[in-house]
Design a protein around this ligand. Structure first.
Ligand code: IMP
Length: 426
């Protein structure tokens, strides 16, 4: 019966894969609904650490079926590479377990080239994208130019269309950016080979989800990125090009709201952001560097150091409102251990006016006029990675969580205290 939606509440990298792992025991299908290989999560399989970008994190649970939904944009070469790496470690990635919606859109190498060219042309105003072709492929989706995964069912005609669209993109690369063309015939041949590999994974994703829900199965809808990277509700233009919020699960997978039983927002115990754009609680001194080092805050996809800052409750309130959150999963609380004082933004102020909600919708420039209002709390010295119940946490850590719950009005039902599977308070 139920669909559980799991979304990021900040700028992505909240540790959503970790929370999927916690929930997966009671789940039949884990379905990705947005984004592409700009996302990244690290999984540990057979003692090997793997960075996955497209295959949903549920794949390591043998009873879970994984779906890459219609709202996702797929780089087929990346998907084949991930399937091969997982298979080499003995993970079952057969078509029975890993399914690809025929309506998902296909990323071409020229989408990536156009992404890079646009970023270079923006100069100092660059978005800081992952250069995976995300912006161009979603633009082409709206312009109705793209190939979709379902086209791979006929690899020959798929590869002909690939060559056509690559040639179209080549004209843009040459005329708008003065860049050399990419080879259509070679790309067509490579994509034909991918189509042969992937066509057995194709499904009608909306039918799969709809039938599973009607049969009483549980689906976990796994969002990529986070609220403030949402195309409509994030810090535009410093956003990604898909819908990262709970509503995106419905459009990205194709089912109706009456099935939604639970919406979980994943929040890091502090805030991080990769790429450019406003970040009001960013820390520029050694405390920021310390959080980066202790938290291992480097991008899974690009390896870039993440910008680090204090927790922002105005963001979490905004996330609760936009997503209709039922609960928070709070990750990486252990990273804050050892800080003497911890600051938390509780509201914003501009010219004597106060707002409790993160003022994202008027865009990046308007946001720069607002100042965060901080509360300062005492930190805790104790190591907490072995703690397994809230009662055992140091009083200051309990107060920190209580402040979140009290200010946002939503319970915290999961607390991550270390990277290992069992290092959590649930
Ligand atoms: P794009 O999605 O590659 O177009 O990048 C747009 C913005 O979203 C950039 O600031 C990226 O750093 C950011 N971004 C995209 N995917 C992720 C992610 O999975 N985690 C964190 N930031 C991301």
């Amino acid at each position: 019966m139920p669909a559980i939606i799991l979304v990021g509440t900040q700028w992505g990298d909240e540790g959503k894969g970790r929370v999927v792992d916690w929930l997966a025991r009671d789940i039949n299908i884990v379905a990705r609904f947005n984004g592409g290989d700009n996302a990244g999560h690290t999984v540990v399989a057979q003692g090997h650490k793997l960075g996955l970008h497209l295959v949903p994190s549920g794949i390591l649970h043998p009873h879970v079926v994984c779906l890459i939904g219609a709202g996702v944009v797929v780089n087929p070469q990346q998907l084949v590479a991930e399937i091969d790496r997982l298979a080499a470690l003995g993970v079952d990635v057969s078509p029975a377990r890993l399914k690809l919606s025929a309506a998902a859109h296909i990323i071409l190498p020229t989408h990536r080239a156009l992404d890079g060219a646009r970023e270079a042309a923006r100069g100092g105003d660059a978005i800081g994208t992952t250069r995976r072709g995300i912006g161009p492929v979603y633009a082409d989706k709206a312009a109705r130019i793209n190939l979709r995964a379902g086209d791979m069912a006929d690899p020959e005609s798929f590869s002909e269309r690939v060559a056509e669209v690559v040639s179209l993109h080549n004209r843009r690369l040459e005329e708008e950016y003065g860049l050399p063309p990419l080879p259509p015939a070679q790309i067509a041949a490579e994509y034909c080979a991918c189509a042969r590999r992937l066509s057995s994974h194709l499904v009608d994703g909306s039918a799969l989800v709809g039938e599973a829900l009607a049969a009483g199965q549980t689906i976990l809808c796994e969002g990529a990125q986070g609220l403030l990277l949402d195309l409509d509700h994030g810090t535009y233009p410093y956003v990604t090009s898909s819908s990262t919020i709970a509503g995106g699960a419905l459009t990205g997978l194709g089912f109706g709201p009456r099935y939604v039983s639970r919406v979980i927002g994943v929040a890091k115990a502090y805030t991080t952001r990769v790429g450019a754009g406003p970040f009001p609680t960013e820390i520029f001194d050694e405390t920021g560097e310390r959080i980066r080092q202790v938290g291992g805050e480097y991008g899974t996809t690009t390896g870039r150091p993440r910008r680090c800052g204090w927790l922002d409750l105005a963001i979490l309130r905004y996330a609760a409102r936009v997503n209709g959150l039922d609960e928070f999963a709070l990750t990486k609380l252990d990273v804050l251990s050892g800080l003497k004082r911890i600051k938390v933004a509780v509201a914003y102020e501009r010219a004597g006016v106060r707002t409790e909600y993160f003022p994202a919708e008027f865009g990046a420039r308007a946001l720069s006029e607002w100042r965060p209002v901080y509360e300062e709390l005492p930190g805790w010295e104790e190591e907490i990675s072995r703690v397994r119940s809230r009662a055992e946490l140091p009083a200051a850590a309990r107060d920190y969580i209580a402040l979140i719950e009290e200010q946002v009005g939503i319970p915290v039902t999961f607390i991550g205290v270390g990277p290992e599977r069992d290092q959590a308070i649930t």
